[in-house]
Ligand binder design. Sequence first.
Ligand SMILES: NC(=O)c1ccc[n+]([C@@H]2O[C@H](COP(=O)([O-])OP(=O)(O)OC[C@H]3O[C@@H](n4cnc5c(N)ncnc54)[C@H](O)[C@@H]3O)[C@@H](O)[C@H]2O)c1
Length: 464
Amino acid sequence: MTKKAFSGRIVVLGFGSIGSGLMPLLFGHFEDPRVTVITADDRNIEIAREYGVEHQIHPITKANYARILQDNLMAGDFLVNVTVDVDSLDVIKWCADRGVLYLDTVVEPWAGYYTDERLPVHERSNYFLRQRVLDHRAEIEPGATAIIAHGANPGLVNHFVKDALLQIAAENGMDAKPETRQEWVELAHGLGIKVIHIAERDTQRSSVPKDRGEFVNTWSVDGFISEGCQPSELGWGTHEKSFPVDGNTNPAGSGAAIYLNQPGLMTRVRSWTPDEGPMHGWAITHNETISIADFFSGVVSGSLYRPTVHYAYHPCDAAVSSMHEIAGKNFVPQERQRIITDDVVDGVDELGVLLMGNEVGSLWYGSNLSIDQAREAAPHNNATSLQVVAPVLAGMLWAVDNPDRGILEADELPHDTIIETCRPYLGTMVSAWTDWTPLEGRGVLFDEDVDDSDPWQFGNFRVS
Ligand SMILES: NC(=O)c1ccc[n+]([C@@H]2O[C@H](COP(=O)([O-])OP(=O)(O)OC[C@H]3O[C@@H](n4cnc5c(N)ncnc54)[C@H](O)[C@@H]3O)[C@@H](O)[C@H]2O)c1
């Protein structure tokens, strides 16, 4: 493999599970990369030393970010923002003004934003945070490429949706070659896609069980608690017949998504993955829920079409137990937290998209990555982080080749190129057809209020 030549400096902001997991991929794919890590603490410093990269400890705030970035970056450099608590928009604007390439995996606000009860609920949504960035596009384009929300999900799964649509088209005997957004919308509509889940089941387990008063997860505990405390959000499909009693529309923007008046940590939905089969996952808000729904919104034959899109996340069992504990304490975080990586003894992260509504059946398409496959592919990662750092790398490589494209979302990048770059890090790619619906097995022990006339109504998926 030819390594990518890039003469600029790569500054990795944040050195938690993602920043440190990115190191082997940067050194594997860039020719002699010049890397600086800037982070808030000394976590994983031994990994920085192993790769011989400069490691600075500077907690970034609104007051100091411009000075710290100024000291470390110039035109032609690349900033990868994999922190929690550092505002994406402020950093994007700074980079755009100076010709610095940018990529993040979440559209992040400054510290304290997600749980600031003085803000109206809709402003604590990912819909609002995404819209804030999109509203600035006109202001700062054309400029250095800034790819937002490009990890596993959001990011990689956005590309999986397009690949899955092409697979469903082929199964329907169609030779589809959509290029424009409208052509993608027409394809999804023509195939009858009504609901898209980002359906994930993580079964990784540590040799050390979760203790009382500890939040255990396979990626950022701070990040997970933050998004879990945001309102649950979903792209709202045009086939939906009834609006949730606790549902709310957003006051501005595309209107592609709605939010529920409760946190994602309390919102469970029925879903399905190939290994797990039927499961309850959590509809935690994510950027892709909104951007995929927005991308696939369009007028077809005179009527607006949009699929319902949401996350159905079954995290590792220790995280489920941690969620139960934090919910019982009204979201006051546990005193201790632990991200499991080297201590993972077994398990798989099954991360894919489940497209429902086509007559042939529903298709789950995604990555089935075991901890053993992850360790074989790259050090310093568990299965979850590797599914994130692969698309970070793929986005960076694409941005280096396309340096002046302004702010971009995953849905605007070439899905096939990104998946191809990621593939060596994704374990087994699985395309699994299923006839599962959320009505399966319902109403047996008790009567249930379901809509038998259309399995794909959100009310049929929702548990709590
Ligand atoms: N899109 C995806 O698929 C995806 C998946 C996993 C994580 N993420 C996101 O990636 C980011 C990193 O995740 P992680 O698992 O590495 O998190 P982590 O909690 O393991 O690490 C966060 C890192 O950010 C640093 N940090 C925190 N506040 C900072 C500040 N003010 N200034 C500088 N550095 C600061 C910490 O020191 C730490 O190194 C999070 O925003 C997370 O939500 C996205």
